[in-house]
Design a protein. Structure first.
Length: 453
């Protein structure tokens, strides 16, 4: 495993240097992890097989199992280090609309894709498995991490990983190129202000591969005395310990649950992270709360590290033959997902948010096609001066969105296992409609709703 990590690490370094040297890669916000993954795919077992990736006794590449490990590590970091306070007053009034709109957008994507996908499988792609349907929102709204999660939960379908990572990679392309196209359209239509900082300048700033000295910043706080233990080692040990505990508990918990109930390791890791943080928040040593020794920013960096390696390993593990076999349904479903995301931006966002509706909408579009990072990147292109409070509202809303996403994944996987996928899709559509109605009502209450200019 260390050999494979070393190979991908070398490719990440090469990809970062290429991104800094080749202007289109930085101009169009292509992440280095995606470049490294494509290099690993081309030079590894899925391509020319020039890199000595490890293999098992049967000759299968071991890198196929790494995304499942990395997604569990990533989810172990999500609630660890966070000590959220209840939102009150003006903070909740602003963030509640963002919470309802963003949650509704993800639920709507799942609901529409499932319902339309069931129809397509019944009429057009009659030979496709129903698991194919859920891999689109898993890859688009969830990204490579959620695609890995679903692939781990669907061990009976060997193509799940390749299909999911292909959707996630296509989603990133939709986020980058589709998002920039929408921003240019918005500037021409007057949906966003065209200040002195044009989109190209903001885009160049976002596309930087290395930070200039004046823009460099600290990655986190040193919460542990270095003579006792390196602070980074303390935080890494917490994450790895939670991962180990989750993997140890998983077999026993699955024995206690019904056979068709899906219990992914990532969910256990996330709950254990919350449990560890809660215990440490109540534990005091020499009068000091131990929970304060866990730095959320440093934990987040560890999660970001897992995410970068996850993208690289995920793309590297794509089976090109499977992608070619599913080329037509992959293309059709990808266009369906893109149409849903663009339609949501143009039809719903103007009626939920105020005069600066497009900035909130483009952030959600980037999230629903790529990841939160791409939502942030597109937001900074559209709003280079940070004049909106989109990120502040979303940051507060994510306190509730994060756990609800885990419930959404579990619900979809359980419905799929039980054979009630269409019913689940209809239920999600109804839930999304209710959330949208609440968002519209909330917007009117706080005086935000306006129609497009």
């Amino acid at each position: 495993m260390l050999t494979d990590i070393a190979l991908v690490s070398a490719l990440l370094v090469l990809a970062q240097l290429l991104r800094a040297s080749i202007r289109p890669l930085s101009r169009y916000l292509i992440p280095s992890s995606m470049v490294a993954g494509l290099l690993a795919l081309a030079l590894g077992p899925g391509g020319f097989d020039l890199l000595p990736f490890s293999r098992d006794a049967d000759g299968a590449p071991l890198l196929l199992g790494y995304p499942g490990v990395l997604i569990t590590l990533l989810f172990a970091t999500l609630l660890l280090g966070h000590r959220p306070r209840a939102a009150r007053g003006a903070v909740w009034r602003h963030s509640s609309t963002s919470f309802l709109y963003n949650l509704a957008s993800e639920v709507m994507q799942y609901g529409l894709v499932i319902c339309l996908g069931v129809a397509l499988l019944a009429v057009v792609f009659v030979d496709l498995r129903p698991e194919f349907i859920v891999m689109l929102p898993a890859g688009f709204a969830g990204g490579h991490g959620t695609a890995a999660l679903y692939a781990e939960a669907l061990p009976g379908w060997e193509a799940a990983r390749s299909v999911g990572f292909t959707f996630a990679t296509v989603g990133i392309c939709c986020a980058v190129f589709g998002g920039l196209t929408l921003i240019n359209l918005a500037r021409r239509r007057g949906w966003i202000a065209t200040g002195d900082s044009g989109s190209s300048a903001a885009q160049d700033h976002q596309g930087q591969s290395f930070m200039p000295a004046e823009q460099q910043h600290s990655l986190g706080r040193a919460t542990v005395n270095g003579m006792a233990l390196e602070s980074l080692a303390w935080h890494v040990a917490l994450v790895l310990g939670i991962y180990g505990a989750a993997m140890a508990l998983l077999p026993s918990l699955r024995e206690w649950l019904p056979a068709n109930f899906v219990l992914p390791a990532f969910g256990i890791a996330m709950l254990l992270g919350w449990l560890v943080q809660s215990v440490f928040d109540r534990l005091r040593l020499r009068g000091q709360c131990v929970g304060e020794y866990i730095d959320a920013q440093l934990i987040g960096r560890i999660g970001g590290l897992c995410s970068d390696y996850l993208v690289a390993f995920g793309i590297a593990s794509i089976n090109v033959q499977i992608v070619l076999e599913y080329a037509l349904p992959l293309a059709v479903f990808s266009l369906l997902g893109l149409a849903i995301c663009v339609g949501w931006l143009l039809l719903v966002a103007p009626r939920v948010f105020g005069a600066r509706w497009f900035e909130s909408a483009i952030f959600t579009y980037g999230w629903n096609t790529g990841t939160i990072a791409f939502g942030v990147a597109l937001l900074r292109v559209a709003d280079p001066r940070g004049e909106t409070r989109v990120l502040a509202d979303y940051g507060m809303a994510f306190i509730a969105i994060g756990p609800l996403e885990a419930l959404l994944y579990t619900f979809v996987l359980a419905a799929l296992a039980a054979g009630y996928l269409l019913q689940a899709g209809l239920a999600l559509l109804a839930l999304a409609a209710g959330l949208t109605a609440l968002a519209l009502y909330r917007a009117r209450r706080v005086g935000l709703a306006t129609l497009p200019r």
